[in-house]
Write a protein that binds this ligand. Structure first.
Ligand code: HAM
Length: 400
């Protein structure tokens, strides 16, 4: 039997309903905040991502040659694609954009970690100030509140490229000749800050002795960070400053944050400011901040029973009335009424029990008597009241 690939999954039944529900809610919230949706391709030139030396890009991408011998990759995240799209299409900035899309990472699959997963993400492009930073954090946090998921924000400030360089210089000296794991030896060369969030216990112990980035921030960066924290406090957002938080992607300069929950050991969302990415990709000075939520993780934490009912269930007394049923269903559905009926005839009694199973508000019964009189029996499933109505009067009779 052919099976889906490891780390890839199908959504159907309750899970697909939950996915639709969650994305619909998130789109409504994004609209309230004034974001507009952007769709970018699932396949991009590998060079869009290969700029950086972070683990994601060097080890986790689905990269291959297409039939035209081009180096292409399945998108591992949305920020680089949105950056390319803004530059390529000259999208006017400031722009507040959001996306919902599958992404692909060749990671070791485990609970909450897939090789194809979905993110909802936002990018505020062309605004370089703390208010944009704060809006991103508030939006991320409010989305989880909307689903009644308790979360807190883990936050750090990585400083400008210059501050990061000064810190990197210091770390070069500090970690020199220390007994780091193999991965961190690599990070020492490529992105030394990443050693700080290595999960290896020995590396963790070594990192503890290092000065935190705080010391290397410019005065105005420190002030900005404090102001952001104070606005979060005013808005009753629970946060924890974590000087080891450097994030897996290496384009961040400025604040970085992750949304965490006590209900799960992995981050449910992550983001930050990345003022340098527009320079790297398009040689332009455009400030930007954003975040992305892992939708599989959000769904895992959503203990929601989606009560979905149908408006009208059509029950036909004998098989020969199936055609009448189909015709009436078509009329009602064209009038935006949600209608269910069996496409394979089952006994009338069984259909009536299906009407309850489908949580129907009304059952419309079609039998000999109804066809002869031209009036159908409409039963209100709540009150039990049943009356005869002409097809054209059904819309007037029902209260949805
Ligand atoms: P990221 O931290 O790599 O950031 O991913 C954001 C979220 O996507 C994670 O917190 C997690 O919930 C989810 N996620 C990541 N990988 C997986 C996986 N393999 N399986 C399931 N869920 C996963 C970014 O991608 C940045 N582009 C966010 C950003 C936007 N920064 C600025 N703008």
């Amino acid at each position: 039997m052919l099976q889906s690939l490891r780390g890839f999954q199908d959504f159907y039944g309750d899970k697909s309903k939950l996915f639709s529900y969650v994305t619909k809610e998130i789109i409504a919230i994004s609209n309230r905040y004034g974001y507009s949706r952007i769709y970018t391709p699932l396949l991009e030139s590998s060079s869009l991502f290969l700029r950086s030396g972070d683990d994601l890009v060097s080890k986790e991408m689905y990269t291959f040659k297409d039939r035209g011998d081009r180096d292409v990759s399945l998108v591992p995240e949305g920020t680089a694609s949105v950056t390319r799209a803004v530059l390529e299409n000259n999208i006017p900035t400031p722009a507040k954009l959001f996306y919902i899309s599958p992404f692909f990472r060749y990671e070791r699959p485990q609970k909450g970690r897939f090789r194809q997963f979905h993110q909802f993400g936002i990018e505020i492009v062309g605004i370089d100030n703390i208010y944009a930073d704060v809006e991103a954090i508030l939006l991320a946090s409010n989305i989880f509140t909307n689903f009644n998921i308790p979360t807190y924000i883990e936050i750090n400030h990585l400083g400008s490229v210059e501050s990061q360089n000064r810190y990197s210089e210091y770390l070069k000296g500090y970690f020199k000749n220390k007994d780091l794991c193999g991965d961190c030896k690599d990070r020492y060369e490529k992105n030394i800050l990443r050693i700080l969030d290595c999960k290896n216990s020995n590396c963790k112990d070594i990192s503890e002795g290092a000065d935190s980035i705080d010391k290397f921030l410019r005065e105005d960066e420190r002030e900005d960070f404090n102001k952001i924290l104070s606005i979060l406090k005013d808005n009753k957002i629970e946060y924890k400053v974590s000087s080891n938080l450097v994030r897996g992607l290496d384009y961040y300069t400025g604040i970085v944050f992750e949304v965490k929950s006590s209900l799960i050991d992995k981050a449910v969302a992550g983001g930050g400011r990345y003022n340098n990415l527009y320079r790297e990709i398009g040689n332009r000075d455009i400030g930007a901040v954003g975040f992305a939520i892992g939708l599989e993780r959000l769904m895992d934490l959503t203990s929601l029973q989606i009560e979905e009912g149908t408006d009208i269930y059509i029950a036909v007394v004998e098989e020969k009335y199936m055609e009448n049923g189909i015709n009436i269903a078509n009329i009602l559905r064209s009038n935006k009424i949600k209608v269910d009926m069996e496409l394979r005839y089952v006994k009338f009694k069984k259909q009536l029990s299906k009407a309850s199973e489908f949580n129907a508000k009304y059952t419309l019964i079609i039998g000999e008597e109804e066809i002869n009189s031209g009036k159908l029996s409409l039963k209100n499933m709540n009150s039990g009241e049943q009356k005869k109505v002409n097809v054209e009067d059904i819309l007037k009779e029902i209260e949805l």
